[in-house]
Design a protein around this ligand. Sequence first.
Ligand SMILES: Cc1cc2nc3c(=O)[nH]c(=O)nc-3n(C[C@H](O)[C@H](O)[C@H](O)COP(=O)(O)OP(=O)(O)OC[C@H]3O[C@@H](n4cnc5c(N)ncnc54)[C@H](O)[C@@H]3O)c2cc1C
Length: 481
Amino acid sequence: VVHQQVAFNSCSDSEANRARFQAVEHQYDFVIVGGGIAGVTCAETLAALEPDARVLIVSASPVVKAVTNLRPVTKLLEEFDVEERPLAEFQRQQRQRSGCGSVSVLHASCTGFNAETRQLRASLANPEPSAAGEAAEVRIGYGELCLCTGASPKLIPQARQHPDLVVGIRDTETVADLSKKLSTCRRVLVVGNGGIATELVYELRNVDVVWAVRQDSIGAVFFDAGAAQFLLPSLARPGGARVDKPGEAVELLPTDTTALTDSWPVFAALSNGELLGVDLIVSATGVTPTALLADGGVGPALDAEGAVAVDRGMRSSLAHVFAAGDACGCAGWSSDGETSSAAEETRLWFQMRLWSQARQTGSFAARCMSAARRGESPPPLDIGFELFTHVTRFFSYKIVLLGLYNAQGLASGEYEALLRVTPGVEYVKCVMRNGRMQGCVLIGETDLEETFENLILNQLDLSQFGEHLLDPGVDIDDYFD
Ligand SMILES: Cc1cc2nc3c(=O)[nH]c(=O)nc-3n(C[C@H](O)[C@H](O)[C@H](O)COP(=O)(O)OP(=O)(O)OC[C@H]3O[C@@H](n4cnc5c(N)ncnc54)[C@H](O)[C@@H]3O)c2cc1C
């Protein structure tokens, strides 16, 4: 980071502004807090859109996350890998980028910001020894600020009292910690029913795994009961996880506080009444967005989940403060007083705090910030916001989720589900409303994602097919063409 005062491009060069920023140690047109996928995508997009601008990422982590090996699956669906890069390497790569501006990166934790003066404070991770012994904190002036601070795993109650016995997975550091702990484990309890828990129970080997789920079926965040039933046999392998006793851990009882003499370091009391001795508990019960506080407690408005509520221009309630990725909440888009056609446009999109969405919101936030710098209104939402899309792998099956794949937000009776299942091969479910496809779950190599994406986006009336829509003999592709 260059220590110098530079012109503040996005505001007028008035005396007042000069006075306001003269004490600031660093000055940037765009500052992004957080170097996850949202932050990095936002910063790199800004550098491409505004090559003359100064762009800074403030990262509490010593690594940033970069998207690599991008593979388009359909028009909207993309597969990619996520790679962690040390900050110095990322900075070096930025300098080598041609045709666009470069992004600076500061290894520091942002401790707060002032939306009035457009300054933020950050504690340096590796402060230079200072003769005067000042606090290792810098102040950074910004033109536009984007909060990409991600989310932290929710931990089960009592986890903080027993940090050695309860692990919440967040990043490679916590994964490394988990692997180390697992090497001496006989039995592990996985609590939670989302993507992380689902992937973990399948991958864990050489340890007795008990999976505590609250719902009636596994992977409930992604799958309906039918899809869960389709996937369940994959766990029935030697050493596979046990999910025959659902319930959620409610209380941890370290052995030294119980009269139990079994040789387990901790007992988990499950809500089904079972007292289970385990070596380790993995808490994978979802995430809580990380909110960054503004000075004086005047932070951006948060939504019910604690995320920074953003409008369709990724703007928070504070001027010149945007948010993207896991840290932002878009739930208000359906009820923010926009015209009904705007609400209709994003009816089939929702935020699930996924990599693809961190990339999507980070990139769009950059376009909105660029417009703000030029004094323009935010650009219209791009087509990616018209349809929720996600491709992943669970239990070695390819999984594609499109639109309202689990009839999210639809009242029962308002829709019907069409199913095609070949055990061990594929599971296809379409959610239909008034003959129009609202979403689908595709498990296995179905090769239907492109056709179904088009059918959902175009809201074609498919009533004439009725329940035969998924018959292998019906060539929907031909019809669509
Ligand atoms: C274990 C795990 C597995 C996952 N697997 C998948 C998957 O397979 N597929 C998928 O699509 N999604 C997956 N997700 C979800 C996905 O990781 C997130 O949706 C995505 O990483 C969010 O990106 P982000 O940039 O918003 O936040 P993050 O990647 O969390 O980055 C936020 C960054 O901000 C930094 N930060 C926070 N506060 C400050 C501060 N005050 N100052 C400076 N820096 C700060 C943090 O250190 C962090 O580096 C997984 C999540 C977890 C926890």
